[in-house]
Design a binder for this molecule. Structure first.
Ligand code: SAH
Length: 261
C-alpha cells in the first residue's frame, strides 16, 4: 500500500458524521497541512460547515460538497452573536443536517467551544469534539521557539489579552512573578497595557518578545523585540490580528537555532 492509500484507509475508519449530529472541530492555524486526518475526513462528510473568521479558504476547499455558513467574530463582538451561532447549530442539527462547526486552531482553546458544547448538551443534540492544533504551539515550533526548554522554562501560560485592563482580566502581575514564558492570544490591541503590567509585576524590561502574525499562512510575519520596546515596534510594523505575542527567554532560542531576523 502507498502512503496515500494508508492515509485514506485511516480517514475512512472511525465514526462518521451522522445526520442531526454536530461535530465541533479545530482546523489548526491555517495551512491545511496542519489539519488532523480526522478533521480532514469530517470536511468531506459535512452537509453544512459553520466556520469562524480564522478558518482559511484553503481548508474549506476540502469540502466542495458542503454549504458554508460564516459565523465569524473578530475582536469579541457582543455575546448575542455567540448566542446566534449556538442557536444556528441547533437549528441545522434539528433539520437533520450533518453539521461541522469549524474553528481556527483547537475548538477548546479560546474558541468558545466549551460554551457551544454546553448548549448542545442542553438541547439534547449529539456531538463530538475533534481536536485541532492550537495556533500558539504550532506557531512557536515553526518559528524555532521551543515551548519548553530545560534550563529556560518549566511551564508555559496561554493567556488571552482580549480583556486587558477590564474587570475580567488575567492577573498579569501574578503571571509576571512566575518568570515562565507567556503566550498571549488576541493581545495586539492591548499590547501596551499587557507589557506594562508584566513589567510592573517584575518581568525584566529586556525580556525577549516575539510577535507572530498569521502563522503558517502566506501572510505570516514574525518579529522579535524586548518587553520595553515591543508596543512601539508592533505599531510601527503594522502588525494585525491574528497574532500571538510570545514573552520570555525561550524567544532567544530562535537565533540560537540559526534563524536570522
Ligand atoms: N482556537 C484558536 C484561538 C482562537 S482566539 C486556537 O486554538 O488557536 C483567536 C486568536 O488566536 C487570534 O487573535 C490570535 O491571537 C490567535 N491565532 C489564531 N490563529 C492564528 C495564526 N494563524 N497566527 C497567529 N495567531 C493566531
Amino acid at each position: 500500500m502507498t502512503t496515500a492509500e494508508i492515509l485514506n484507509s485511516i480517514m475512512s475508519t472511525g465514526p462518521h458524521l451522522q445526520p442531526g449530529h454536530v461535530w465541533l472541530a479545530g482546523a489548526g492555524p491555517g495551512d491545511p497541512r496542519y489539519l488532523t486526518l480526522e478533521v480532514a475526513a469530517a470536511l468531506g462528510q459535512a452537509d453544512i460547515i459553520v466556520r469562524d473568521a480564522l478558518v482559511s479558504d484553503m481548508v474549506l476547499k476540502l469540502a466542495p460538497q458542503a454549504e458554508i455558513v460564516f459565523a465569524g467574530k473578530r475582536g469579541g463582538k457582543p455575546s448575542a452573536v455567540q448566542d446566534d451561532i449556538t442557536a444556528s447549530l441547533i437549528v441545522f442539527a434539528r433539520q437533520g443536517k450533518r453539521v461541522l462547526r469549524l474553528k481556527g486552531g483547537d475548538p477548546f482553546v479560546f474558541g468558545r467551544g466549551g460554551e457551544e458544547a454546553e448548549a448542545l448538551v442542553d438541547a439534547g443534540i449529539p456531538f463530538r469534539v475533534l481536536p485541532g492544533m492550537t495556533s500558539s504551539l504550532t506557531a512557536l515550533a515553526s518559528a524555532s521557539i521551543p515551548v519548553t526548554m530545560r534550563g529556560i522554562s518549566r511551564a508555559i501560560t496561554l493567556a488571552t489579552g482580549h480583556a486587558a485592563g477590564t474587570e475580567d482580566d488575567v492577573d498579569w502581575l501574578a503571571l509576571a512573578k512566575t518568570n515562565e514564558p507567556v503566550v498571549v492570544y488576541m493581545g495586539l490591541k492591548n499590547i501596551e497595557k499587557i507589557v506594562s503590567m508584566l513589567m510592573q509585576g517584575g518581568r525584566a524590561p529586556e525580556t525577549p518578545v516575539a510577535v507572530i502574525m498569521s502563522a503558517t499562512t502566506p501572510q505570516e510575519r514574525i518579529f522579535t523585540s524586548r518587553l520595553e520596546t515591543i508596543a512601539v515596534d508592533a505599531e510601527r510594523e503594522q502588525f494585525e490580528a491574528p497574532a500571538l505575542i510570545v514573552i520570555g527567554d525561550i524567544v532567544s532560542m530562535r537565533s540560537r537555532l540559526g534563524v536570522k531576523e
